[in-house]
Design a protein around this ligand. Structure first.
Ligand SMILES: C[S@@+](CC[C@H](N)C(=O)[O-])C[C@H]1O[C@@H](n2cnc3c(N)ncnc32)[C@H](O)[C@@H]1O
Length: 118
């Protein structure tokens, strides 16, 4: 974990593992709002196209938050693999697991809160 205590406006996402549920709910709402925004949808689509993951059996999404990108990948018709999505915040991955697509979400990975599709 990068120490950001000396930074005037530290990245709130770097402290997501130690925040209270009310703040985390705001974070969930914000991440999901981004995930529905046309600009972000287009950006994520272009990003996933550039990564060319369609033939990959398994993809790891590190720092997935609520899994906006992981779920976008899982929904793509040209992607038949599975996505393992990990975040330092168990709260954020738990929120993501409640959202579609919900097929075969795993509750944990090896060492961090995680979710998985496929
Ligand atoms: C800006 S958010 C992006 C979330 C997601 N990738 C998205 O695009 O919606 C950054 C995420 O990284 C996570 N994060 C920060 N530090 C981390 C670490 N050391 N290990 C794993 N996840 C971390 C935060 O909890 C947060 O969910």
């Amino acid at each position: 974990m990068v120490d950001q205590t000396h930074v005037r406006a530290p990245d709130v996402y770097a402290r997501s593992f130690q925040m209270d549920p009310r703040t985390l709910d705001v974070m969930v709402t914000r991440l999901e709002a981004w995930g529905r925004h046309p600009f972000f949808l287009r950006a994520i689509d272009e990003y996933l196209n550039a990564l060319a993951l369609s033939g990959r059996p398994r993809v790891l999404d590190l720092g997935c938050g609520t899994g906006v990108a992981a779920r976008a990948l899982a929904r793509r018709p040209d992607f038949a693999g599975s996505v393992v999505a990990i975040d330092i915040s168990d709260y954020l991955t738990a929120a993501g697991r409640r959202l579609p697509p919900r097929k075969a979400w795993a509750s944990r990975s090896i060492s961090a809160p995680a979710m998985r599709t496929g």
